[in-house]
Design a protein around this ligand. Structure first.
Ligand code: TYD
Length: 154
């Protein structure tokens, strides 16, 4: 019930811009036998990690994403290979190329995103602030634009 009440669209959180989505440099401990990067919620990320998922075996030319979130925050990392992330706040668009496992792209709520141009063998690792909730998704671009326009008057 609490979760449902929360899902009255929170216009304050949706009032975001692509410029709020930043590249976060992560740590890297290097030695002869390879590297290790550690990500800890609240410590080097501005949220607690409730869920981790990853995309892999992505056929050439395929795109993923194509939605926005109402409350979810994510850190997207190219754990292997490279791909582009198209960010869109309804006014501005920007494309970020991810190609290093020691950098992550922070995506805030209220941003339409598409992931594309996956290299062969790319792995897209996603650290997310919430468990999976279908009601947190905005999957229609026209609905997304309607909500974003309302954030300008709210
Ligand atoms: P979807 O979010 O549509 O993938 P993408 O945005 O990367 O193209 O998710 C694909 C499928 O996986 C869809 O049926 C929902 C399911 N899914 C879960 O069950 N839990 C999750 O945490 C995620 C991310 C997806």
């Amino acid at each position: 019930m609490e979760r449902c009440l929360q899902y009255k669209t929170n216009y304050k959180q949706m009032k975001s811009s692509v410029y709020d989505c930043v590249i976060l440099p992560l740590n890297k401990i290097h030695n002869r036998a390879g590297n290790i990067t550690i990500v800890e919620g609240q410590k080097n990320l501005p949220f607690n990690i409730e869920r981790v998922y990853y995309l892999y075996d992505i056929p050439g030319g395929e795109a993923r994403g194509g939605h926005a979130h109402k409350e979810l925050r994510q850190l997207i990392i190219a754990a292997s290979g490279s791909f582009d992330v198209l960010l869109d706040d309804g006014i501005n668009k920007k494309v970020v190329t991810l190609n290093r496992p020691d950098y992550g792209l922070l995506i805030v709520p209220g941003i339409w995103r598409e992931l594309m141009e996956f290299s062969s063998g790319a792995i897209c690792l996603v650290l997310a602030s919430r468990i999976y909730m279908p009601e947190d998704y905005i999957r229609s671009y026209t609905d997304f634009i309607d909500i974003k326009m309302k954030t300008h008057v709210n």
